[in-house]
Structure formats: structure tokens, C-alpha cells
Design a binder for this molecule. Structure first.
Ligand SMILES: Cc1ncc(COP(=O)(O)O)c(C=O)c1O
Length: 388
């Protein structure tokens, strides 16, 4: 019935996945199928090799010297929870920003409610911009941790991670970055950016399947794990091994997912993060230009493709975001996300709470033609006033 199916929700999860991801997962499932790190037979060794290669390539992507400090998780949320819940002690102070996702806010608010920590939330501008000096001003002798997203999942605003990392290092405070929105889309370097812990999804910019993610645990960092159990190592001992990655990888891994993620990371490394960034910027500029033409549309955020990721949030005057989303899906087979995008605090910062926004996020496989198709459908609606 529809000529085109247009997926514009890549900030939630990337789609489609590259063919190499599907092939790697299918090859593993059909021909290998064993667990990793548990046995010495050939297919178990082959699985361990594939998982190790994925770890090595992720370490390369983020500038980590030691790949054993790259821990596989189920998603960015698990990595963030491990880093936050495992690092703070009673009486610590934690600083974060007013543009965070609930995967940061909820563990922090939980600790605050329990009376364990004092939480300082630094207010960003209405466009989602963070002034690093505002973080600096809030650091006290009791500050243990600064947690910051690398880019807003609501409006795409890119955060000054390197500047915040420098401040945290100078003041001897741990720095945790939520790179869910930028990994694979923007360069990141845990050493140059002074990042102590880095959490990210494997299913967004890294093109892997859902159920994958990573936590990089920097040298000398030692958060208490979320899970305790079998690791296939030191099995004679009733205590969890202290060495990484085993300390944070109890239980059978999502092996097929990690192998798919490995193929996704290969794809990203081959295309190159700079090339991906450039393509994102071109499509975002085009998308912003299309929306800027329309009178009744309010675009949020910095509205500048060099200062944001491939995420654009907008509203149509007099319409609820869900009405617009439903119209796009039902009438034109266009998938966008509507509402609060799991970040109520970002909407409070932007003034779009509680209705939220319509979020359009392009990915590597989107084309200019698809963005044009989307722009035209918004443009053509009777509820839009077309400027003359
Ligand atoms: C900024 C940000 N942080 C964390 C997450 C959580 O990621 P995951 O669903 O992989 O746990 C998301 C997901 O959309 C996100 O956009």
C-alpha cells in the first residue's frame, strides 16, 4: 500500500542493521553456537575469539589501552547503573545535568531518596547547552562523581565533554559519561577526554542488536558489581574474581548479540566515525532546513547541525506530539518518536514538559529522499500555514 517505509527513530535504536551484522549472527547461530570462556573445545574457543575481537575493536574505537576494561552489558542502562550504584558511598555528593536520560536520573534520584547522596543538578540552557563552569562551581570536597551525557537524546545538543573531563580531573572527581547517543556517531577518547567510566548502547550508533551495551571501567576504578555469579574463571573460589572483565560479567553472556555488535563495530570502523559524522550533519542540516520553512513548527535545541547529533525535536502549533506521530505512521508509514523520550528533566529544561516533542532521528542508512518525503508530508498538512 505504501510506496515507502521511512524509519526516523535511530536515536532509540538503529534500523536497518548492516548485512554483515545479520550474517555474523546467523553464522554464529547456525555454525558455532557455543558459550565463551567456559570450555576448551573448538567451537567454544571460536566463540571466545569472536567475543575477544569485539572487545578489542571497541577498545580501539574509544581509545582504551586495555580491552579487558571494556565490559559487556545488556544496554547503556546496565552500564550506567553499575557505574553509579557501585561507585558512591554514604555522604558523597554527585553532580549531573538537567539534560540527562532517566537511566542516569533514576539511579541518582533513588540514591538521593534513600539519603545516601546529595545530588546537584546543573541547569542547562533552554537549548540544552551546558556551561562547564557551572559544573566547576558546584564541586565541593565531598563531590565524588560527575555524570554527564555526551549529547541529549531529546534535542541532540552536544555536551562539552572534554572541558568537563578536564575540570573533573583537576579536582580529583570521578567522571562518568553516558555516550548512548554519540558512540559510533562522534569521536570519543577516554584518555584525551579524561573519562573514568563510559557507558553506551551497542544497538544505536554501533549498529548491533538490542540487548547489547558496554561499560568501560578506567584503570584504578573499582565499582561494586551489580551481579555476582559464575564467570568460567576461578571456579574453585566462592568469591567473584577481582580481574576484569570477569568481575562485571557474571552469567552467560549475550553471545550472539555481542557477535552481532562485533560486526557492527567493524562496519563503523571501516566507514570511519568522521565519515559517519559528516553524513549525519548533512542530513540534519537538510532536515532542519525543511522544518524551518514551515510557519507553525517550533524546532527545539541549537538548530545547528555542527552542534547537535542527528536528532531534531519539534512541535506543531495546536497539535499534540502523539497526533502528529500517529498521522505520520498511519498515513505515510513514517516512524518517529513522540512524547518525553525517557527524559522528563530535559523537557522541563526546554519548556516542553509534560507534552514532550516529536523527535526525528536519522541514521547511516537514511537518504536525502527520505528526509524530503518526511518534510513534504509535514508541509502538506492542512493544519500547517505555509509562509508566502
Ligand atoms: C542518552 C541516553 N542514555 C541512556 C539510554 C539508555 O540506553 P539503553 O536503552 O541502551 O539502556 C538512552 C536510550 O535511548 C539514551 O538516549
Amino acid at each position: 500500500m505504501f510506496k515507502m517505509k521511512v524509519y526516523l527513530d535511530n536515536a532509540a535504536t538503529s534500523y536497518p542493521k548492516p548485512d554483515c551484522v545479520i550474517k555474523a549472527m546467523s553464522d554464529y547461530f547456525k555454525n558455532i553456537g557455543a558459550n565463551c570462556g567456559r570450555s576448551a573445545y573448538k567451537s567454544a574457543q571460536e566463540t571466545s575469539r569472536l567475543v575477544f575481537e569485539t572487545r578489542e575493536n571497541i577498545a580501539k574505537l574509544i581509545g582504551a589501552k586495555d580491552s579487558s576494561r571494556v565490559v559487556f552489558t545488556a544496554n547503556a542502562t546496565e552500564g550506567l547503573n553499575t557505574a553509579i550504584l557501585g561507585s558512591v558511598k554514604e555522604g558523597d555528593e554527585v553532580i549531573t545535568t538537567s539534560m540527562e536520560h532517566n537511566s542516569v536520573m533514576r539511579p541518582l534520584r533513588f540514591l538521593e531518596k534513600e539519603g545516601k547522596i546529595r545530588l546537584e543538578v546543573v541547569k542547562c540552557s533552554e537549548k540544552g547547552e551546558l556551561d562547564p563552569d557551572d559544573i566547576k562551581k558546584k564541586i565541593t570536597k565531598k563531590t565524588k562523581l560527575v555524570v554527564c551525557t555526551s549529547a541529549s537524546n531529546v534535542v541532540g545538543t552536544i555536551m562539552p565533554i572534554r572541558e568537563v573531563g578536564k575540570i573533573a580531573k583537576e579536582r580529583g572527581v570521578l567522571f562518568l559519561v553516558d555516550a548512548a547517543q554519540t558512540i559510533g556517531n562522534l569521536p570519543i577518547d577516554v584518555k584525551k577526554d579524561n573519562i573514568d567510566m563510559l557507558a553506551f548502547s551497542g544497538h544505536k550508533g554501533l549498529m548491533g542488536p538490542q540487548g547489547t551495551g558496554c561499560l568501560y571501567v578506567g584503570e584504578g576504578e573499582n565499582p561494586i558489581p551489580l551481579k555476582f555469579g559464575g564467570t568460567g574463571s576461578k571456579s574453585e573460589c566462592e568469591f567473584l574474581p577481582e580481574f576484569l572483565p570477569d568481575k562485571y560479567e557474571s552469567g552467560t553472556l549475550n553471545t550472539i548479540g555481542i557477535i552481532g555488535l562485533g560486526a557492527g563495530v567493524d562496519f563503523v570502523l571501516k566507514e570511519g566515525v568522521e565519515a559517519i559524522k559528516e553524513k549525519n550533519q548533512k542530513l540534519t542540516k537538510y532536515l532542519l532546513d525543511e522544518l524551518k520553512k514551515i510557519d507553525n513548527v517550533t524546532i527545539y535545541g541549537v538548530r545547528d547541525c555542527r552542534k547537535q547529533t542527528a536528532v531534531v525535536s519539534f512541535n506543531v502549533k495546536g497539535k499534540r506530539p502523539s497526533e502528529v506521530g500517529e498521522m505520520l505512521d498511519k498515513n505515510y508509514n513514517i516512524a518517529v518518536r513522540c512524547g518525553l523520550h525517557c527524559s522528563p528533566i530535559a523537557h522541563k529544561t526546554m519548556g516542553t514538559f509534560p507534552e514532550g516533542t516529536i523527535r526525528v532521528s536519522t541514521g547511516w542508512f537514511n537518504t536525502r529522499k527520505e528526509v524530503e518525503y518526511f518534510g513534504l508530508r509535514i508541509f502538506q498538512q492542512s493544519w500547517i500555514t505555509i509562509p508566502r
